[in-house]
Ligand binder design. Structure first.
Ligand code: NDP
Length: 384
């Protein structure tokens, strides 16, 4: 795999690293070197708030049958104290805390696999969140980013969902069609990930993001706990959907998946064949572009303007959002909690889209402007 960052700052020296001689501002389109106050505030907010969200949602389901307001109401009216709620939570052990601190200290900071791949800003919190090292590894065989992105969380997603289906059966003697829908639609997404694993090596997570809390904690905690909320909700609220409604949800989920897969496939095919392929049965329209990397080498690349990449600049995200909405709709309309997923995905992918476009604009300059002129919308033609 070994995607190499093209974003090493030529004039920055990181601890234990080589110093690059040439000062240059070009080739700096990846993770930030300087953090403005808004990014810093957002990072600190997320570091504090994201673990709380995970805790609150799981606690609300385990202790209050997935009611988001009941814990607050209990505390406000004195029926429960924070300590009562906390007492029912499995504790963080000292050993776990020690292992975590030791890992963060040694892996990021002091013994990087490749010091030239490290990026430091002046902000500890930003470094911690967005990662310092690009490709941390143990030897040649264990790649942290690849392992954490592609194994524990995503495998747990399916296993936890199946466990919820089993629990429903144990509790009520049958598995509802909503649980089947959630399991089937999400399993398709996970199977797709493994089936197209080589494609996944070209995603932003692997190609551009450094390995920090955002990827590590996101993969190991956020993903398995919050992507499985629909299944957990259905354990406490066994919704049986009308047949027509469930068919509609299935259709939306499959259509979303189709767009997601085909859009990603089109870009992959286009890049693999250097544009010598057919998209929707025709020779693709192309924008030739160039960029300069940090070592001042000029490179050529191509942007696809046909197929889904001619409909909107990130129609692959739109497909993903349609699928995400289907998972939530599968839980019926009785409760807010299962809809957290579509709210979260809409924020994640909109932010990701803006982050990626900022990077592409820096990387390709005028050529990117030509692309945005040819394909003016990001996610939804005519709207955004
Ligand atoms: P993309 O696969 O959309 O990759 C964006 C990159 O593609 C750009 O940085 C640019 O890279 C290149 N590119 C952009 N426009 C074009 C074009 N017109 N022609 C050719 N290349 C282009 O982004 P992601 O890696 O974020 O997403 C991949 C998939 O993963 C998406 O479908 C997304 O929905 C899904 N996803 C799901 C998540 C989840 O939690 N469920 C989380 C994140 C993503 P370059 O510099 O090479 O030009």
């Amino acid at each position: 795999m070994a995607a190499k960052s093209q974003s090493n700052d030529p004039k920055t020296k990181s601890p234990g690293s080589v110093t690059f001689s040439k000062a240059a501002t070009q080739g700096q389109w990846g993770r930030a070197w300087e953090v403005d106050w808004f990014s810093l505030a957002s990072v600190i907010f997320l570091l504090l708030f994201a673990p709380f969200i995970v805790y609150y949602f799981i606690m609300a389901c385990d202790q209050y049958s997935c009611s988001l307001t009941a814990p607050l109401a209990d505390i406000a009216t004195g029926r429960a104290r924070l300590s009562d709620i906390w007492a029912k939570t499995p504790p963080v052990t000292t050993k776990a805390a020690q292992i975590y601190v030791a890992w963060v200290t040694f892996q990021g900071y002091f013994f990087p696999t490749d010091a030239r791949d490290c990026k430091f800003t002046g902000s500890f919190f930003y470094n911690y969140m967005m990662g310092i090292e690009f490709n941390p590894r143990i030897g040649k065989w264990f790649d942290f980013k690849l392992f954490f992105n592609g194994r524990p969380g995503i495998i747990a997603w399916t296993l936890i969902n199946l466990s919820f289906a089993a629990k429903q059966r144990e509790l009520y003697g049958h598995v509802t069609n909503s649980m089947v829908l959630v399991n089937v639609l999400q399993a398709i997404y996970v199977l797709d990930f493994f089936w197209n694993e080589t494609w996944y090596l070209k995603t932003i997570d692997i190609c551009h993001d450094h390995f920090g809390w955002y990827l590590g904690w996101g993969d190991c905690v956020w993903l398995p706990y919050l992507y499985t909320l629909q299944g957990l909700y259905l354990v406490y609220h066994p919704v049986q959907l009308p047949t027509r409604y469930s068919l509609g949800v299935l259709l939306l989920g499959l259509l979303g998946y189709y767009i997601f897969r085909m859009a990603n496939h089109q870009k992959d095919l286009f890049r693999r064949t250097d544009g010598r392929c057919l998209i929707w049965g025709r020779k693709p329209k192309v924008i030739e572009c160039s960029f300069t990397s940090a070592d001042e080498q000029k490179h050529r690349s191509k942007l696809l303007v046909s197929g889904f990449w001619g409909v909107a600049r990130h129609f692959n995200y739109t497909g993903d959002l349609m699928g995400s909405l289907a998972y939530c709709l599968a839980c019926g309309g009785g409760h807010l909690l299962p809809y957290f997923y579509i709210i979260y995905m809409a924020i994640l992918l909109t932010h990701r889209c803006l982050r990626d476009e900022h990077r592409c604009a820096n990387k390709y300059g005028r050529d990117w402007e030509r692309y945005t002129a040819a394909v003016p919308y990001r996610l939804l033609p005519g709207i955004f």
